[in-house]
Design a protein around this ligand. Structure first.
Ligand SMILES: Nc1ncnc2c1ncn2[C@@H]1O[C@H](COP(=O)(O)OP(=O)(O)OP(=O)(O)O)[C@@H](O)[C@H]1O
Length: 243
């Protein structure tokens, strides 16, 4: 079945042009220029408070640049075929199935098509046995699996993930990583922040490294991990950069 994300004009690359974000005169992101092409897995790294969450929020459209620009390839301001998943999943006080159905219905999808996609999604991500359970009673790992499944069901061209596994144990983390890899294999562009160096090494094709609100390295992951140019990135990889 053709779906919105398949028919929607390509929204990538996403370009930030000297994008900045300031609150009450404090520059939290500064002059970030970055192009995110289709089909890659970009991992955003940096110490606590470096600006990773803000960068993802700015790309997704939850906050607007206070200077510079964010430009989607098709010219839309905030395309629908993009999604974001947070460290703590935002779930409705409804069943697992209803959590999947709600955003599809909100986009105007008919009941029958919606039911079909919900069933398909529940099965694909091993959630069928949990379909009728209140989503908020699921374990943390199951909740995050549901949040990712819900994002996938919307057929995004790009998915922003803000430290999606930092509250999870290693086995739940592996499940989420496998989901991310499968999304990527289907062509969904991934932009994800993480603190976890092992995870970054496993998942990254490209790295964006932030330090105090500035993008100080951006490029292929193997080059970054072999020897980053910036001393702050060196220190971060050695575990010596705390903030
Ligand atoms: N609305 C806001 N007003 C003022 N300061 C803010 C606001 N939002 C974020 N900040 C500050 O901006 C900086 C970057 O925050 P951000 O959440 O992006 O960091 P991060 O790299 O994701 O950190 P962490 O790894 O700890 O989650 C932090 O110092 C934070 O306190």
């Amino acid at each position: 079945m053709k779906r919105e994300g398949d028919l929607h004009p390509p929204i990538l690359p996403l370009q930030l042009e000297q994008a900045g974000y300031a609150v009450a005169g404090a520059a939290l992101l500064e002059e970030i220029s970055l192009a995110i092409p289709a089909g890659r897995r970009l991992i955003v790294m940096g110490a606590n408070g470096a600006g990773k969450s803000l960068l993802l929020r700015l790309c997704h459209g939850l906050i607007e640049p206070t200077s510079g620009r964010r430009i989607w390839a098709n010219g839309e301001t905030r395309p629908q075929v993009q999604a974001m998943v947070f460290q703590r999943p935002v779930l409705l006080r409804r069943s697992v199935a209803a959590n999947l159905a709600y955003p599809l219905r909100l986009r105007g999808m008919g009941r029958a098509a919606c039911r079909e996609i919900v069933t398909q999604t529940l099965e694909r991500f091993g959630l069928a046995a949990l379909a009728g359970r209140p989503a908020r009673l699921l374990s943390g790992g199951e909740q995050q699996r549901l949040a990712l499944a819900r994002a996938w069901a919307m057929r995004p061209q790009i998915l922003f993930l803000d430290e999606p596994t930092s509250a999870l144990d290693p086995s739940a983390t592996r499940i989420i990583e496998a989901m991310i890899e499968s999304f990527s294999a289907e062509g969904i562009t991934i932009v994800m922040s993480t603190h976890n160096l092992g995870q970054a090494r496993r998942l990254a094709q490209d790295i964006a490294f932030l330090h105090r609100g500035r993008l100080i390295e951006h490029g292929p992951a193997d080059i970054f991990f072999e020897g980053p140019k910036a001393p702050e990135a060196h220190a971060f990889l050695a575990g010596d950069l705390i903030w």
